[in-house]
Design a protein around this ligand. Sequence first.
Ligand SMILES: [Zn+2]
Ligand SMILES: [Zn+2]
Length: 183
Amino acid sequence: MIFTHDTEHALAVVVDLINTGAAASGAEELGGLPGLRAFVERHDFSDVGELTEADLARVLQLRERFHAVFRAGDVPAAVARINEIVGEVRATPHLTDHDDYDWHVHFFAPGAPVGEHLAADCGMALAYVVAAGELDRLRTCEAPDCARVLVDLSRNRCRRYCDSRTCGNRMHVAAYRARQRAL
Ligand SMILES: [Zn+2]
Ligand SMILES: [Zn+2]
């Protein structure tokens, strides 16, 4: 494991959030509250209550800001963006074991809106990545015409493609065909 379990979990949430706006079909998964509800449920966010249009607007704004961290290109730019995100959070760190998860740290206050969850926990996860000198693990898929992002958690930093069902496969097929042609 490259980072702590909590950090890797939060990074998976960030990746999924950014990729809701970069589906292969071009569809916007967070086009309305049902999409936001589905996102919240698939990540077991604790105690977010009723979702509103204000929550959706905040999450979409955060999605842009998280994406900017992946595209930052260098550490100072990433640091500036991450500090903006976490700087707006009123952090209330505490341990919790909700939903049958083992003890883990939440940085947001109990009952905080979903945007606050994301800004605090995902913002801190990105902060740990930079602090560990691992910013280059935050990547954009290298398949042409794919805009999805990934976190490379492989030991030898060899991941190039997102985990959509197509990218890795179609690139392998393309490489195979290229080798065949070269023979
Ligand atoms: Zn939790
Ligand atoms: Zn891809």
